[in-house]
Structures are given as C-alpha cells and as structure tokens.
Design a protein. Structure first.
Length: 468
C-alpha cells in the first residue's frame, strides 16, 4: 500500500496541473475545502459523510458559505442494485443539504459530481487545494487516495480524516480517526480539523509524510517478496498440518518441540496467575486515613514516585508532545517534601538521565533514578543541589557500556525495520537499552508488530544475556 511521492511532486509541477489548481482555488475562493473521492456503493459511506457535513454546518454556522464539500463519486461497474440504491441516497442527501443552506450560503455547500473515472492529474490538483480530506468508508481495504493527499501537502499541511474501518488508518497515525457510525464523532473531527492549530497540523503532516516518502511502491513490493521468502516451509525443524475448511483453511507450522513448550507455557501461566492473585490479596490500595497518621508519627520516610502518568499527565493521545512538563504545583509539593530531613524522596523512571535532570533537576534534595535503576543521582539539600550532580552507574557493563556492543548494533537494525513499517512508532536509544515505542501508532497494528519483534529478537539473542 504505497504511492510514488516523487511522481506526485513532478505532476504538481506540470503546467496543466498548475492551471487546474489555480482554477479550483478561484472557484472555491475564501472557503475551507473538504474533499473526498469514493466509488458509489453503500460500503463507501458517502451518505454518512453528507450527514456529518450537514451536522458540522449546523454546529458551526459561521462556516455556512465559508466551507464547501467537494465530493467525487466514481460510477460502480456491476452490482447494479447496490449502485442504484447508493446513487439515490447520495443525490437525495446532496439535494437536501444544498436546499437547507443555499439561501444563507449564496450557493451550494456540497459540490457533488459522479464520474466514470477520476484521472490522476485531476485528483492531485483537488488534493492540493483541499484543506481537509475526509473518508468515511464502512469497510475498505487498499485505498491510496489518503496517501496521495499526504504527498500533495509536502509544504502546506492539510488535515486527514479517516474511517477506522479503512486499511489506511492503521498506517497513517497523523490522521484524525473516526467511527463513521458515530455521527457526533465525525462532526467533532470536522470541527477539530478547521480549528486545529498550525503547529499540530504540521506535526501530523510530518508524521505521515515521512512514512509515505520512505515507503514507495518499490519498497512495498520488496517487503512483500521478502515476507514470501521468509514464509517458506522449513522441513528440517517443523511439521505442517491443515486446519479449517473453505475460506477458513489455514496451513499451520508446528515445532517438533511443540508439546514440551505447551506444557511449560501452561505451567508458567498457572504459576504467574497464582502469584498475581496472591499479590493482589496482599497489596491493597491505601487510604488517606491510613497514610496520614503513619506519615505524621514516622521518623524516617522513603518516598518513591514515578514521572510519566504519575507526576506528569498522560500525553499519549497528543500529537507533537512526547514528554510532558511536570505541573508547577507538583514541583512545589516535591520541594516541600524534600525540605523535611525525615524524608528521602526519589523519582524512579525508565527515562534517561538528561530528561530527568531537565524535568526535576531544579528540586533541591530530590533523588533521581534513571533507566529503571541503571543510573542514580543521590539527593543533596542546599543550593548546590540545583547544579548538575554526578550520576552513579549501577549494572552490568556487558549490557550498557564497554566493548560488548554487538547486541546494540543488531537490536537497532532489527527494531528499525519494524519502525519503518509501523507509522507513529519510534526507536529510542538508552545507554542500557534499545526501545521500540509504538504508543502513537495504531494500537492493534502496533501491538501486532511488537509481538512479532519480540519473537524476532528472542531468536536472535537466544544465547546472549539480554533481557527482551
């Protein structure tokens, strides 16, 4: 699933396409342009798009006459009953919306045209002038128009609204993802798109454009061929058996050690469940009534706090924000805790030393533990605590530093392969670890890639003392 970004760049420079762009901008001058292109069939959700645009204009009346939905409907060959019913629904919806707002807007607010085909040059010109591209398909597989839209906005960021049921939504993490069955959700996305700050639009565009530019059709084809090669039978260590019937038939690859592994897996799962239930019974959430008296009467207190999602808010859903600042109120509370000589306060985090120093280095008497204990900065009271204190390293030199760096090089190369195929994911380098972060990618696809990566790394580092 890819488009040739260079071809689109070259097409935009062609004189006939530039003339089309000028003509479209003149036609829809001073208007926010919402654009879409779908085949005329029920699963493409064009009527749902019309309803959402109607709801958007009703909630944001200031945009009546200042916004237009340009929708192209591609004539469906075959499935005549579905096509005729869809055509009728779309035409009724377009007629109703235009009649509703024509007097106030001074013209049509929906520009709908059904065509036999929508040529590449005309598509590129429309995507170039569109402020927002919206897709509300109810079910979709391969659809490259969202990729074309991203590629046409190399310099001027637009906003992409994608149905969560489209295949593209898993790959373009910078898009606003909606459920087309939830009308209010789609309306909110339209409103968010027109009011979105410029820096957020730019960040979303950059996120998706890097993915589109780095994955041309040639790379996509190469990845498919590589997967085919890797999926070949391995007769020497596996046995194969067929399961299911008809379209559900699958060929299963089973290791000769399958029975042993199954027994061990069931045993370890049972043990882990027992331990978890015991800890759940043993450790119960403390109440304020229990903590306050114990805190007042104690003479020595050890307080361990986390950074992200504890002292700082969760920003996993925010584009362009990775590590949030700690609220000033939380920093002031930490400073008060550290002033009490009976308190020993530590921030324990998986983040690196520089980040923790940046976020908490100005709190006197606060101890910092970076990379889950690999680096420690002791707590010191007084003005000198605000100056960069030395970090102490704890742990195995084989894991973090020294002459044994081969595992890092291999891990980085392998993880980078999964980052390239998982839009929104990143490779994070620490002195004690290499991380694959996929929190801002599609949840299901990211989790699937993470599970596959874990299995890949376990096979590569099976004989090394590396924790995965």
């Amino acid at each position: 699933m890819a488009v040739d970004a260079q071809r689109i760049d070259d097409t935009l420079l062609a004189q006939d396409v530039r003339d089309m762009v000028v003509a479209l901008r003149q036609k829809y001058r001073d208007k926010k342009i919402f654009a879409g292109c779908d085949t005329v069939e029920r699963l493409k959700g064009i009527p749902a798009k019309m309803l959402a645009f109607d709801g958007f204009l009703a909630r944001c009346p200031d945009f009546v006459g200042k916004a237009v939905l340009v929708q192209k409907g591609i004539h469906r060959r075959g499935r005549v009953t579905d096509y005729m019913q869809s055509k009728k629904e779309i035409e009724l919806a377009v007629h109703a919306i235009n009649n509703k707002y024509r007097d106030v807007a001074g013209g049509n607010v929906v520009d709908y045209e059904e065509v036999d085909e929508f040529p590449f040059k005309e598509r590129v010109a429309l995507w170039r002038v569109a402020d927002v591209q919206i897709t509300t398909v109810l079910r979709d597989g391969l659809n490259t128009t969202p990729f074309e839209y991203i590629a046409t906005h190399k310099t001027s960021p637009g906003v992409l609204i994608l149905s969560e049921f489209s295949g593209s939504s898993r790959l373009l993490s910078g898009a606003l993802t909606v459920n087309p069955w939830e009308l209010d959700q789609v309306i909110d996305a339209l409103r968010d798109a027109v009011y979105m700050p410029a820096n957020e639009r730019e960040h979303r565009r950059n996120c998706d454009f890097q993915f589109v530019a780095a994955n041309p059709p040639q790379r996509w084809a190469k990845c498919v061929l590589t997967d085919i090669v890797n999926a070949r039978k391995k007769e020497e260590s596996f046995v194969y058996m067929g399961t299911g019937f008809g379209l559900d038939f699958r060929l299963m690859e089973v290791s000769v050690q399958f029975r042993v592994r199954c027994v061990l897996t069931r045993l370890s799962t049972t043990v882990c469940l027992c331990i978890f239930l015991f800890l759940l019974w043993l450790f119960q959430k403390l109440t304020d009534q229990e903590i306050a008296p114990a805190y007042r009467t104690s003479t020595k207190r050890a307080i361990f706090l986390d950074y992200y999602r504890t002292l700082a808010p969760d920003v996993s859903k925010l584009m362009g924000v990775r590590w949030p600042d700690v609220p000033l109120s939380a920093l002031a509370t930490l400073e008060q805790l550290c002033k009490d000589p009976r308190n020993t306060v530590f921030i324990v985090s998986g983040c690196n030393c520089d980040l923790l120093t940046q976020k908490f280095g100005g709190v006197p008497g606060l101890g910092l533990v970076a990379e889950h204990g690999y680096f420690i900065r002791r707590a010191v009271l007084g003005n000198d605590a605000r100056i960069g204190r030395p970090w102490e390293r704890h742990g195995d030199n084989l894991q973090a530093e020294g002459g044994h760096q081969q595992w890092r090089v291999k891990a980085e190369k392998i993880i980078q392969l999964y980052v390239d195929r998982t839009n929104g994911s990143t490779l994070e380098l620490r002195r004690s670890a290499v991380l694959f972060r996929y929190g801002k990618s599609d949840f299901d696809f990211g989790a699937l890639q993470a599970a596959e990566l874990k299995e890949h790394l376990e096979g590569v580092f099976e004989v090394l003392a590396v924790l995965i």
